[in-house]
Write a protein that binds this ligand. Structure first.
Ligand code: NAP
Length: 291
């Protein structure tokens, strides 16, 4: 299976491209802004038609929730219009399309956990741009997997945007970190998500799926766990209200309780704490190897 990955210089795209390659698939990596412009309809369609991938994993996106509030047109241009172009390109080339969407399509007011059949109602521009992108795909092409996932941690992507590296460096420098305690989701390790994407891609069970590690956590819980697993000073992690540290409104509780994903694929996801522990062990292994 030949795979084209957009956003392959990013946190999830990079991990996904590596995972498909390790599974023996030829991979074409679109490395973000320096690569083919996904907002140029003709250019991306021609590129995909030339490459003829069996699968496109569309992971490029504008994912800074606060920044996108101030740059709405840019956000919709990349997240929504760029995704529409990817759907047209997938259709023209006859490739399966796998789109990485987000828990931010939900408003977070449900107490019992979200599944695939809950009605989206995004509360910020980012969430709206992701939902509109999903809708563009649904209206243009049938052979799609829309994968909604939640807050991601992992070791790839640009280090300055990577929460594991930025937290580690701040904590090592003795700086305090404010993290919200009033916003819950199902955090996920990019390595685990990438492995699931491979399994899903081998099927033609098209549709929309919620995919994450298991359990619920706030930003504060995850930050504290990172500090603890790294053996750093947990007292530097300060709980805060999301409304005081973020510009964009945050959904209060987008914890996943999927129905379609486990029933279709029979995959059991690990708890987020165990996944995070593995991620930090992977980081320690890398640091030792570098010395
Ligand atoms: N991270 C999360 O917590 C999370 C949670 C749920 C869903 N998601 C979704 O998962 C996907 C991947 O997220 P991520 O965390 O891997 O994001 P990321 O690390 O910010 O990477 C984004 C990727 O998009 C590329 N990109 C940015 N602007 C572009 C442009 N104008 N044209 C083409 N490519 C551009 C970036 O390339 P450059 O090298 O040029 O920057 C990078 O490769 C996104 O669609 C995001 O909405 C992420």
């Amino acid at each position: 299976m030949k795979v084209l990955v957009s956003g392959a210089s990013g946190l999830l795209g990079w991990e996904t491209a590596d995972a498909f390659e390790e599974a023996g698939c030829p991979v074409v990596r679109l490395l973000g802004r320096k690569s083919v412009d996904i907002m140029n309809t003709r250019e991306i369609i021609d590129f995909v038609k030339t490459e003829q991938p069996d699968l496109i994993v569309h992971s490029a996106g504008y994912r800074d929730l606060d920044d996108i509030e101030k740059h709405e047109a840019d956000g919709f241009a990349l997240n929504t219009f760029g995704t529409k172009n990817m759907a047209l390109a997938a259709s023209a080339a006859g490739s399966k399309l796998m789109y990485i969407s987000s828990d931010t399509v939900y408003d977070g007011e449900k107490e019992t956990g979200y599944h695939e059949y809950d009605t989206p109602n995004p509360v910020n521009i980012y969430g709206k741009s992701k939902l509109m992108a999903e809708n563009e795909i649904r209206s243009l092409y049938a052979e799609y997997f829309i994968i909604r996932t939640a807050w991601l941690f992992g070791l790839q992507g640009h280090p300055e945007n990577n929460v594991i590296y930025t937290l580690r460096d701040k904590l090592r420098a003795g700086q305090t970190i404010s993290a919200s305690r009033d916003q819950l989701c199902s955090p996920s390790y990019t390595k685990d998500i990438a492995q699931v994407l491979i399994k899903i891609a081998q099927t033609d069970y098209y549709g929309t799926y919620l995919v994450s590690n298991r359990g619920a956590a706030s930003r504060y819980d995850v930050t504290l766990a990172i500090a603890e697993f790294l053996g750093l000073d947990t007292s530097l992690v300060i709980p805060a209200d999301a409304g005081l540290i973020h510009l964009a409104k945050r959904a209060r509780n987008t914890v996943f309780k999927p129905i379609a994903f486990p029933k279709t694929f029979g995959i059991e996801m690990e708890d987020w704490q165990d996944a995070l522990k593995r991620c930090i062990d992977d980081l320690k292994f890398r640091e030792v190897k570098k010395q």
